[in-house]
Design a protein around this ligand. Structure first.
Ligand code: AMP
Ligand code: AMP
Length: 233
């Protein structure tokens, strides 16, 4: 091949590199979902059911609300899940958060384990649906920050609502949280082996950036009766 045709070839290759048609882009990346639920869990209620729970290998978690997950949702009450099977959970990306995650996002699944399974599950099912906003590290970091900001147990005990197996008014619980954080939470119950309804999870709404609390566009459908137990742990 002569020098001339070489340069033409190179030119064509460069053209291919620099003026290739733009890749298709997802439209409106930050609007793949409408808001997040930060779902906080009372460990006493997760454990006080017919199904067993197992403490993590690091020991019994603190008697405090743990994170269940940060769940992208749509305003109509539906939600996306398992959005990116190719996005592999990478332990090394959250190595700086592991100590906090063990305290604040404790696993209670059996058999007893170190927690990575639960975090990997939540990332795969929920976190991959907000990946355009929060990468894996920030998904976990923001969840931890939001949990600390809300400080639920403190808020409830300040209003005389304690995990002492006593029964409390749903309205009192809701109002205590609303007064403290400025927004109405969703309250979810489960049943203990005696069929008592107990405080299990609290849903708090967060904007699509994963940083600011907001009024819930829609509250989760699972409800509680007007009186519910706050289980010891
Ligand atoms: P449930 O049937 O309410 O106990 O929910 C079982 C699972 O469904 C949860 O652990 C979540 O992974 C998922 N789920 C339920 N409600 C929502 C929601 N509003 N947003 C995202 N995931 C949800
Ligand atoms: P959902 O599908 O998150 O996102 O969560 C439902 C699944 O998470 C169920 O298999 C639950 O048993 C499990 N789960 C809920 N809370 C915990 C917890 N504290 N530790 C481990 N697994 C949990």
């Amino acid at each position: 091949m002569g020098a001339m045709s070489w340069s033409i070839l190179k030119l064509l290759m460069l053209q291919g590199l620099f003026i290739s048609p733009p890749l298709p882009q997802k439209e409106n990346e930050s609007n793949e979902f409408d808001f997040f639920y930060l779902v906080l869990q009372w460990p006493g209620a997760y454990c006080d059911t017919k199904r067993a729970c197992c403490y993590p290998t690091s020991g019994k978690p603190d008697a405090d609300f743990g994170i269940h997950g940060l769940w992208p949702n749509y305003n109509d009450g539906s939600w996306p899940s398992n959005c990116d099977p190719d996005s592999e959970f990478d332990k090394s990306q959250i190595s700086d958060l592991v100590d906090s995650l063990k305290k604040k996002w404790p696993t209670l699944a059996c058999p007893s384990n170190d927690g990575f399974k639960f975090w990997e599950y939540e990332w795969g099912k929920h976190g991959t649906c907000s990946e355009s906003v929060l990468n894996q590290h920030d998904y976990f970091e923001n969840s931890l920050k939001l949990r600390d900001r809300v400080n639920l147990l403190q808020v409830l005990t300040n209003s005389g609502i304690k995990p002492d197996d006593g029964f409390y008014d749903l309205e009192e619980i809701t109002n205590a949280i609303k007064d403290a954080i400025g927004f109405t939470p969703g309250i979810e119950c489960n049943k203990d082996p005696e069929r008592n309804n107990q405080l299990h999870q609290i849903y708090i709404c967060v904007d699509t950036s994963g940083t600011e609390l907001i009024e819930c566009p829609i509250l989760p459908r699972r409800r509680c009766p007007s009186q519910l137990q706050f289980a010891k742990f």
